[in-house]
Design a protein around this ligand. Structure first.
Ligand SMILES: [Zn+2]
Ligand SMILES: [Zn+2]
Length: 148
């Protein structure tokens, strides 16, 4: 396992929520923890983790917590083509490598660091703040599988 640098290393749990301007609740804390432990998990997967931990929370409440935390920038929501929404607590400008065969997904640091990391040929007068970069390919595992 390689460890990925976090943009907010010291903001755990309650502090992170407070800094994002969110009221601290046990449910939100549990959802945030689940995202930290399961980067790039689907909303349903996070919901399963949280419900296994605290039980008394509806799926909808988990989804609501995910949405509000994404809106506040505490977690990031990504939705690659063909996948449901996934969540991660790494919110710096980084990209994803996705396997076309098995759908596995890993982080890849941005070569440039700051968004937008691609310069548009013509910005048509828009102020561009992000270029969404997704790398698609075949993961090492799938490369060794016999071709269909
Ligand atoms: Zn694969
Ligand atoms: Zn990521």
């Amino acid at each position: 396992m390689t460890s990925t640098p976090r943009s907010t290393p010291d903001t755990d749990g309650p502090d992170a929520l407070r800094q994002a301007g969110l009221q601290v609740t046990a449910q939100r804390l549990a959802v945030h923890r689940a995202v930290q432990k399961n980067p790039h998990a689907l909303a349903e997967e996070i919901s399963d983790v949280v419900r296994a931990e605290i039980g008394s929370i509806s799926r909808q409440a988990v989804y609501d917590a995910l949405n509000v935390m994404s809106e506040k920038g505490l977690i990031r929501r990504i939705q690659p083509a063909g996948s449901g929404a996934r969540f991660e607590d790494r919110v710096d400008n980084h990209h994803h490598l996705i396997c076309r065969d098995c759908g596995s997904l890993v982080d890849v640091d941005c070569a440039k660091g700051k968004a937008p990391c691609l310069k548009a040929d013509n910005n048509h007068g828009y102020v561009i703040d992000e270029a969404e970069v997704v790398y698609w390919g075949t993961c090492p595992n799938c490369q060794t599988k016999p071709k269909k």
